[in-house]
Design a protein around this ligand. Structure first.
Ligand SMILES: [Zn+2]
Length: 301
């Protein structure tokens, strides 16, 4: 992470918000109460006896819970914080991540305590470049009171940043092309799916091989696949994630109308709707300037 102060005009503008109130005389939506404490402790697995019974206190780290506005927000909120965020959005810093929080406790909160609070924009950093992207850290400080007496302080820091665009997927792995299967890949380059056929016994075969599995003959010719097929079987790949692919995706064993099967991608249908027996039709997918592969598109009937 590095700070860039030179030419940071936006940063200078944002700095002017330091010290501005973000919420004035906010009130907690609920008094500190036993049911919320119980839910919190159950969710976190915290069995500390201090949080139950007639003398229970609230877990100190629950502090923010009592001041949260929920979906409907707080009435005490000022425009300054929204304005600050709006400036950042307009500058392209549209992403946000909470980075850290600091709390100071002056006394425990107990069921029945009614919380009020004021929040101030305490600090806006200069422009910083992080691994997530370039942006600004914004720290707010919330002073929490009960019956006018300070009970705790809560600092909350976010990073508003311009997300680094996702790098394009690496290129798909190249097929291994050798003397036995070069004819298959030449056919694919011409958008023809060629199936080997034994000229001695007529048995079609895929993948390409030097000889016939049925009769042993080394003599063959080819037939061009019509492109009609069905999903004979399939798997859905979640892991391991290969860099060139975007899981989850379906890999099908496609039974071609000519009677051979080949492994390929099933496209045009969500991965979780691929089914055995699904009719598919051949198409050629251009992966990059060098590589085209045969894939099979689901045929809706
Ligand atoms: Zn044969």
């Amino acid at each position: 992470m590095r700070e860039e102060q030179v030419g940071d005009e936006l940063g200078a503008r944002l700095k002017e918000y330091e010290g501005c109130p973000a919420a004035v005389a906010g009130t907690g939506k609920d008094p500190v109460n036993a049911p919320m404490i119980r839910h919190w402790c159950e969710a976190l697995g915290d069995t500390n006896p201090a949080y139950t019974g007639p003398d229970a206190i609230a877990p100190p780290t629950m502090l923010q819970t009592w001041t949260m506005g929920g979906l409907s927000g707080h009435r005490g909120r000022t425009g300054a914080y929204q304005e600050l965020l709006g400036l950042l959005d307009a500058a392209g810093c549209t992403a946000v991540v909470a980075t850290d929080c600091e709390q100071e406790y002056l006394r425990p909160l107990r069921p029945g305590d009614e919380v009020t609070f004021d929040t101030v924009i305490e600090e806006v950093s200069g422009r910083r470049t992080t691994r997530l992207g370039t942006g600004y850290f914004v720290t707010t400080r919330t002073d929490v009171r009960v019956a006018g007496e300070p009970v705790a302080t809560h600092r909350f820091r976010i990073l508003k940043y311009a997300p680094v665009p996702r790098a394009p997927l690496p290129r798909r792995p190249r097929p291994v092309v050798n003397r036995d299967n070069a004819g298959f890949w030449r056919g694919v380059a011409e958008h023809r799916l060629l199936i080997q056929r034994c000229t001695a016994c007529g048995t079609p075969r895929h993948p390409w091989l030097p000889g016939c599995n049925a009769c042993g003959s080394p003599d063959w010719d080819t037939v061009e696949a019509s492109g009609e097929g069905t999903v004979h079987s399939y798997v859905v790949l979640h892991h391991p994630p290969f860099p060139a692919f975007d899981p989850p995706y379906a890999v099908g064993l496609i039974e071609l109308a000519e009677g051979v099967r080949m492994v390929s991608n099933v496209v045009g249908v969500p991965y979780d709707e691929v089914r055995i027996g699904l009719p598919v039709r051949l198409e050629f997918q251009r992966c990059d300037e060098e590589l085209t592969v045969p894939v099979f598109r689901a045929v809706r009937r």
